[in-house]
Write a protein that binds this ligand. Sequence first.
Ligand code: RTP
Length: 169
Amino acid sequence: LVASMQKMEETYIMIKPDGVQRGLVGEIISRFEKKGFKLTGLKLFKCPQELAEVCALSPCFCSYFCREHYKDLNSKPFFPKLIGYITSGPVVCMAWEGDGVVASARKLIGATNPLQAEPGTIRGDLAVQTGRNVVHGSDSPENGKREIALWFKEGELCEWTPAQAPWLL
Ligand code: RTP
């Protein structure tokens, strides 16, 4: 009973501004859907445009989420560029649930540098530059929980049970 009440593994997937601008939202969502994972959270988040340039240079409210999200990278030389990139336009925030979803989503996404990502992965098929690699996926179940709690407010996530279909049993 206790095991059945435990939450499934969950991951935070984010379509970055270049993915939204290039019209890849449907394509990216469909890869996780077709794989068989369950979507439990979905929203667009946009940094107000007039603040985006300031956000790239100094901490402000709308870059808070990106800074907190990437806090392990805040000493890297590319950090200011990364924050500027992520706050440059709307992102799609998603929570996905399923057995082994964290590692599997990272496989579906492919290597950080899209030129090293295998064909068939999202970055391997759809991206060229590390600095424009269209999508993020949590790197551990702990970070999955942390990032979902960061980007989603209570009540924005949706718990639901997929209809049992004989072809999935
Ligand atoms: P993500 O967190 O976005 O899923 O990416 P990742 O785990 O594959 O890669 P990570 O090392 O955590 O880097 C986070 C994001 O920072 C940007 N980046 N730019 N040398 C560079 O200019 C550089 N290195 C990393 C990428 O957007 C990367 O996805």
